[in-house]
Ligand binder design. Structure first.
Ligand code: UDP
Ligand code: MG
Length: 322
């Protein structure tokens, strides 16, 4: 992302990014609660609402709120692109040095913001809320425990609640993450893998009052599939041939060893006959070859994505523009 001098001048203290899909009823109350919470921090703020292609008049509610207070801003996306897309859009528009995200449905309590701020000031780069007493149906809370346990294992960072909508980011964290698809569930893992300091703080959670939840049971299947892809891309995506090539070489070598054994027998005078093991060896060699090609394809894709900016912790005799 470019950070010209112009952008730096308009930097604010904190931006609140709120993804909203069919949340027209909740928005006015949310803004009423948000304003005192932001004022309490004593830094210039803005609220950025991203209407994610709603069809319930969220856009009209947003227009009314924006007209009443210039610090309330936002966009309406043309389509429902999903929570990750809404967050990514908000990050792109946000001007704050800090960015707080929260759900639009009033389940997150804005009064808890000061706790997140204290943890960030205590030295974290990303503070994630932890819905300790979660006010959701049991069909959500039980699978979510399992989800968090597995994600903790894979991510290598122990958190109780990866997918809490209430999070406070230092700007560089939000700039450095690329969330698309449904990767918003793994933000703490993605940030941890990039070397940011990540922690969590228990926050009050409230039952949904208006509208309904946007995520059904499919979320858990999708969640586990996304975990595999997130883990792969973040940890091995930059060296695909090392992963696929290793597997491929293993297959290829076993296939060759089996073939060599048959050739040796043939040289020793045995007649060459097709045997099940021989077919198996040929299969192994073929699959191994395919794996290596797949790794090479991966290398070509990784090459296209090269040139990413790696997050920096400290600068020495270098200003922010370098
Ligand atoms: N959301 C969104 N786009 C979507 C689905 C959800 O912006 O396609 C927003 C939604 O309006 C809410 C937040 O994401 O502010 C969390 O959604 P929800 O409350 O339905 O999730 P749950 O609390 O059930 O996990
Ligand atoms: Mg909710």
């Amino acid at each position: 992302m470019s950070t010209g001098a112009g952008a730096a001048e308009t930097r604010l203290g904190i931006s609140a990014v709120i993804p909203a899909y069919n949340e027209a009823e909740s928005l006015p109350e949310l803004i009423r609660e948000m304003i005192p919470a932001l004022e309490g921090l004593g830094r210039p703020w803005e609220i950025l609402i991203v209407d994610d292609g709603s069809r319930d008049g969220t856009d009209r509610a947003l227009a009314v709120l924006a007209a009443a207070d210039r610090r309330v801003r936002g966009v309406s996306l043309r389509q429902n692109f999903g929570k990750s897309a809404a967050l990514a859009t908000g990050f792109r528009l946000a001007r704050g040095e800090w960015i707080v995200t929260l759900d639009a449905d009033l389940q997150d309590d804005p009064a808890e913001l000061s706790k997140l701020v204290a943890a960030l000031e205590g030295g974290l780069d990303l503070v994630s809320g932890w819905k300790r007493h979660r006010r959701d149906p049991i069909t959500k809370t039980v699978p979510s425990r399992l989800f968090n346990a597995v994600t903790s294992r894979v991510a290598g960072i122990r958190l109780h609640d990866f997918n809490c909508g209430f999070k406070l980011y230092r700007r560089e964290v939000a700039e450095s993450l690329e969330i698309y698809g449904e990767l918003h569930r793994f933000v703490p893992a993605l940030a941890h893998w990039r070397g940011f300091r990540v922690g969590e703080v228990p926050v009050r959670h409230r039952p949904r009052r208006y509208g309904k939840s946007k995520f059904g049971a499919a979320r858990f299947v999708n969640g586990f599939l996304d975990l595999i892809s997130a883990a792969f891309i973040s940890t091995s995506g930059l060296k695909p041939l090392h992963v696929f090539g290793r597997i491929g070489l293993g297959f290829l070598a076993s296939g060759f060893a089996i073939g060599a054994w048959f050739v040796a027998q043939w040289i020793a005078g045995e007649p060459m006959r097709v045997r099940p093991l021989m077919l198996f060896g040929a299969g192994l060699a073929l699959v191994g070859f395919q794996f290596i090609l797949m790794g090479l394809l991966g290398e070509m894709i990784a090459h296209l994505g090269a040139g990413v900016e790696y997050p920096v912790r400290q600068r020495y005799n270098l200003d922010r523009e370098r």
